[in-house]
Unconditional design. Structure first.
Length: 520
């Protein structure tokens, strides 16, 4: 597919028919009759409400779809009434107005001609002059006409404020007939409610509507925006001093003092949380992240309790397992397995080449021998595939295990619908952010065991928080540290360099490309 959207092209015409329309997001395929062209044009884009017979003025660009050929992709549009008898008849008979079908539409147009739409707008009682339109049917027609008019007004309002047709449809679906009122009252509501519309877009609309740069609504929205923007760098909160500095810069406000009473007011209604963390007396959180962090900690503590196991039987089983598999477990690995088996929550951590994978393999087999149902998961598909190959058991991504539902943007498994399993082993746990951790712990049965596996020095989460590192540093749960680098792994320059860097030593790098180097 090719396109050139450096400069938008204007196109006008009359809608001949609607080939496809998705009522959820408004995405449509239209056939357009363009003046001066014998061939109809295919048009694609998001339309809140459009009807055959209407005239449209479109802005967009041409694309050459490899399957469907040349199409006009719409960015913005304006609709005007049909101006011909054929167009008016097609418009009325399209199903737009309840109570008017193709036959009735033909009768109305034959009676009133080009004045038809003006009569429906200004003197609808005259429609009873048409055979078959009773007073009851007239009421339905009038109500439908008003409803469509309101929709048109809303879409015109949205596009007049530089909102693309794609987002205009989303906004109308969210707020319906209250769209204009909602946006005029607080345009920053868009950033909270409409996926894809951020603070900057909402701020542009707000300023276009005449909202003052130092208005309370703008400053409050700016505070929230800055805190969420910080999550992109992995932060769950900001110190108040840094929040004030960032907010004044982002909103181009000269005085930090304007924000301080608003932060207090927002904490009083629990939009924000102000807490004391080590060395930071005023840490400011947005509510969802604070609540997720607190809930995660509480759930981990609820899971965290010792479990009774028969140490003699476990050690004998490990000995038989190693003999059968023809490999040896180090003392560290055996201690790690025992620690996991005897605790409700545990962590296995260690750098590359320290045998985490082998330890997990033996652990899974031991737990299965104990009659425990083990669930394996990892944040990514590649890691889950590798975990499954090593253990010989099914492993899923966390999202797949929790059954993510795109339509509701939530997980099907939660406290009301928990997962089925006795032990949950989560690999590459350094990649889990605080929100995913909270969702995961919600879905794990209260009587289950949990083991997180990973290296806190590798692959940080994309989202906010350092979940694995915080658990390890808390000393609140059982942590098994694997430190012994095995012979085969120790021959890898990559692994030896990683361990030296973690110990704050500069590696003696082999010449790249040399036979002794696997690090290029």
């Amino acid at each position: 597919m090719s396109s050139n959207n450096d400069k938008l092209i204007e196109l006008t015409g009359s809608v001949k028919r609607i080939t496809f329309h998705n009522p959820t997001n408004g995405w449509s395929v239209l056939r357009l009759s363009v003046k001066g062209s014998l061939d109809e044009v295919t048009v694609t884009g998001s339309f809140g409400a459009i009807t055959p017979g209407e005239n449209v003025a479109l802005s967009g660009y041409w694309i050459n779809d490899t399957t469907y050929g040349f199409q006009f992709k719409v960015i913005t549009y304006q609709i005007s009434r049909p101006a011909t008898l054929v167009g008016i008849e097609k418009y009325l008979g399209s199903g737009l107005i309840k109570g008017v079908g193709p036959v009735t539409a033909r009768r109305i147009v034959q009676k009133f001609g080009l004045e038809t739409l003006d009569i429906i707008e200004d003197d609808p009682e005259r429609l009873t002059e048409i055979h078959g339109i009773s007073s009851f049917r007239l009421t339905r027609i009038k109500n439908a006409w008003v409803e469509q008019k309101e929709i048109r007004n809303i879409m015109t309002f949205l596009t007049s404020h530089s909102i693309s047709s794609h987002y205009a449809v989303k906004i109308f679906k969210q707020y319906g007939q209250d769209t204009i009122k909602t946006i005029e009252t607080n345009p920053y509501q868009l950033a909270r409610d409409i996926y894809g519309i951020g603070f900057k877009s909402a701020d542009k609309i707000a300023l276009n509507l005449g909202l003052a740069r130092d208005s309370e609504a703008r400053l409050r929205a700016g505070i929230t925006h800055v805190l969420y923007e910080a999550t992109e760098d992995g932060h769950c909160f900001l110190p108040q001093e840094e929040l004030l500095e960032r907010a004044t810069t982002a909103l181009e406000i000269s005085s930090e003092e304007l924000f301080i009473p608003l932060i207090t007011a927002m904490t009083e209604v629990k939009e924000l949380y102000k807490v004391v963390v080590p060395a930071i007396p005023q840490a400011i959180y947005v509510a969802p992240l604070f609540l997720a962090e607190r809930a995660t900690a509480m759930r981990l503590l609820n899971f965290n309790h010792p479990l009774a196991i028969d140490m003699n039987r476990v050690n004998k089983w490990l000995t038989r397992f190693c003999e059968k598999e023809n490999f040896a477990l180090s003392d560290e690995q055996k201690e790690s397995i025992v620690k996991v088996a005897s605790n409700g929550v545990s962590v296995i951590t260690g750098g590359p080449g320290c045998g985490k994978t082998t330890t997990v393999k033996a652990l899974v087999k031991l737990l299965q021998a104990m009659g425990r149902k083990v669930q394996l998961a990892s944040p990514t598909g590649r890691a889950a595939q590798r975990l499954g190959e090593v253990t010989g058991c099914e492993a899923k991504t966390i999202h797949r295990m929790l059954e993510f539902d795109p339509s509701s943007f939530s997980f099907k498994h939660n406290t009301e619908n928990p997962l089925n399993g006795d032990v949950f082993i989560i690999d590459e746990a350094s990649m889990i952010d605080i929100l995913l951790a909270n969702s995961l712990l919600k879905a794990i049965p209260s009587d289950a065991q949990i083991c997180f596996v990973g290296d806190a020095d590798q692959l940080p989460s994309v989202g906010p928080g350092q979940f694995l590192q915080d658990i390890i540093e808390s000393s609140a749960v059982a942590v098994a540290h694997l430190t012994q680098v095995f012979r085969q792994a120790s021959q890898s320059n990559i692994i030896s360099y990683a361990h030296e860097i973690n110990q704050a030593r500069m590696p003696k790098f082999a010449r790249p490309g040399s036979e002794t180097s696997d690090c290029t």
